[in-house]
Design a protein around this ligand. Structure first.
Ligand code: SAH
Length: 215
């Protein structure tokens, strides 16, 4: 956000704080990553409004305050290996890459993955690997993960993702029907099972099976 005028930047960060993004590390990472390149065309001028915006393939880049709340709920440590399901624009993955050792991000749309990769390269974010895959199966070849974030709504936390979470790990996932308000859930894996807590209402596009057709 370096090229931004100070007033827009201050208002943006103020909006995030007032919606519950209070973690200083998360706020400073959000401050350091320009949301502009992750938006497209006419929407770029709205990059600093706290709103979801349309991207390619009928998908959306999440609302910044929701990105902030999910990121702080994930409690990422610098040595963590993180899996994100739902690359979309790549914005959430870019934020995570500044907090974690390694980020794997998967999307069912090859086009979104391709475009996100280009942005990661241009922003010099070498610790992100973006892969075209159906993320409801997780990424078995890189499991287990310290943290998993799902940015599309599932009716239940997908079993393969629960299985690929390391003991002591945390997963954040919106749960519920796609056409209604969903609940953001945090799952912690313990030695003996899983603990769940409900964080807040959210609205995400659905987690769909299989790969997207439009390439
Ligand atoms: N995190 C993104 C926003 C995600 S929008 C950002 O920061 O911009 C949700 C994304 O989830 C969409 O791009 C959609 O294609 C993807 N998605 C839906 N179901 C999926 C699945 N089964 N596997 C992988 N990605 C999926």
């Amino acid at each position: 956000m370096s090229g931004l005028d100070p007033e827009t930047k201050m208002q943006f960060l103020f909006a995030l704080r007032s919606k519950g993004v209070t973690d200083a590390r998360v706020l400073s990472v959000i401050e350091s990553i320009d949301r502009g390149p992750f938006t497209r065309g006419i929407f770029a001028q709205r990059a600093y409004e706290d709103m979801p915006l349309p991207i390619a393939c009928g998908q959306t880049i999440s609302q910044p305050s929701v990105v902030g709340i999910m990121t702080q709920a994930l409690q990422v440590n610098p040595r963590d290996k993180v899996l994100e399901v739902g690359t979309g624009s790549g914005y959430q993955a870019a934020i995570l890459s500044k907090l974690a050792r390694r980020v794997y991000t998967v999307d069912r749309h090859a086009r979104l993955v391709r475009e996100a990769r280009e942005i990661f390269e241009s922003l010099h974010l070498p610790n992100i690997t973006a892969i075209t895959a159906d993320g409801s199966h997780g990424l078995p070849e890189q499991a287990p993960f310290d943290r998993i974030i799902v940015t599309a709504a599932a009716e239940d936390p997908p079993g393969p993702l629960l299985a690929q979470l390391r003991i002591g790990g945390i997963m954040v996932v919106p749960v519920g029907q796609s056409d209604t308000v969903q609940t953001l859930i945090r799952v912690r894996r313990t030695e003996t099972g899983y603990e769940y807590d409900e964080l807040r209402p959210v609205r995400f596009v659905p987690l769909l099976e299989g790969l997207g057709k439009e390439g």
